[in-house]
Design a protein around this ligand. Sequence first.
Ligand code: FES
Length: 99
Amino acid sequence: MKPVKSPYIRRQLLVCFNSRDPSTGKPSCGMNGAAQLRDYLKKTVKERGLKGEVIVTGTGCLDICPAHGCAVAFQPDGEFFLSDTTEQAGEELILHLTR
Ligand code: FES
């Protein structure tokens, strides 16, 4: 099997959406508001004309499960962030993306 390169997508933001049953006692991004952050990132990427270069995707557990907020990975950069799910935190991620 050969790898395939997207002709236009340069970067991908993976927002952890994993939701665990609270009875497990383990935190999970999906229960911490990951959908709010994902929606903000998708909206902002579109508004700033980055759609077509950047894709925002919900993903499973990135194995760095924060007690608050959610985990975000930048690919192909290989950078991981533990982010609040506020619009302000989303803006910081967008600024990092466009640096
Ligand atoms: S639940 Fe999000 S990183 Fe594990």
